[in-house]
Design a protein around this ligand. Structure first.
Ligand code: ADE
Length: 252
């Protein structure tokens, strides 16, 4: 992975998949469209079948040793990655439930790379030699099994795209939102001030920025304690944090 906090001028992402068309509509929308229009991100979609060598364009085969399900053959994947990465400097990511869990930290680290190749599995996955020889990192988007890696690749591109410089208009804003400071996000309100028999917390109407920041921090802390106690356990809590949680009955 790239070292330091260097922001790439432009990121290139090559997606290698059996159904790359799954990603196309999302890439034409919203922030992902904006970062591509601004030339910060180039995404190329490739069909693995284009590198199949036999007349049936086959990309899968039966597993040695028997068993259910097909395996993606190594030859088309090796040929594709050699073509897409002749200088062998790309970071090759295989999307699989066996990968490291995708977190905001992983997203931010990968956002510093200049060339990613996202390899999407299908069926029972890829021949093991692909993993050993070609793949730099395996990434999972959660503990469940999707029908293929395409949606996982899109999740990864979306998460990376929005932290690239220029994506949100204000680069910093992506780095202060939920998870960037390891807490869940605080509650948000907009107009009207009264709605469904419920009002907006007084502090948010006060114009007192310091109090507003304190309130937001306390709410984020409490929400994290309630919804994701596992995240909180990884943090070093200050005395003030402990007081906030005790007062809310979220800590003994
Ligand atoms: N392919 C299938 N399931 C997946 C998952 N949970 N994460 C990443 N890639 C996958």
């Amino acid at each position: 992975m790239a070292d330091g906090f260097r922001k790439p001028i432009k990121m290139r992402v090559d997606v290698l998949a059996l159904f790359p068309e799954i990603l196309a509509p999302a890439l034409k929308t919203g922030i992902l469209k904006r970062v591509q229009d601004a030339d910060k991100l180039i995404v190329n979609l490739h069909n693995l079948r284009d590198w199949a060598t036999d007349k049936h364009k086959s990309v899968d085969d039966y597993p040695y040793g028997g068993g259910a399900g097909m395996i993606l053959k190594p030859e088309p994947i090796f040929a594709a990655i050699a073509a897409l990465n002749p200088e062998t400097n790309a970071h090759v990511i295989y999307l699989t439930p066996q990968g490291i869990p995708l977190t905001q930290g992983v997203v931010e680290s990968l956002s510093l790379e200049s060339h990613l190749i996202l390899l999407c599995g299908r069926y029972k996955g890829v021949d093991e030699r692909v993993r050993h020889r070609l793949v730099t990192t395996e990434v999972s988007i959660g503990d469940y099994v999707l029908s293929g890696g395409e949606i996982a690749a899109l999740v990864l591109i979306d998460a990376i795209g929005r932290v690239l410089p220029g994506a949100l208009g204000d680069y910093e804003s992506a780095h202060v939102d939920s998870f960037s400071h390891e807490l869940l996000d605080h509650p948000h309100y907009t107009r009207p001030v009264e709605f469904a028999d419920s009002g907006v917390p007084e502090v948010l109407l006060s114009g007192h920025h310091e109090n507003i920041e304190k309130w937001r921090y306390a709410e984020a802390l409490k929400r994290t304690a309630k919804c994701r106690p596992d995240l909180l356990q990884k943090l070093e809590l200050s005395e003030e944090d402990v007081e906030i949680l005790k007062a809310a009955g979220l800590m003994e």
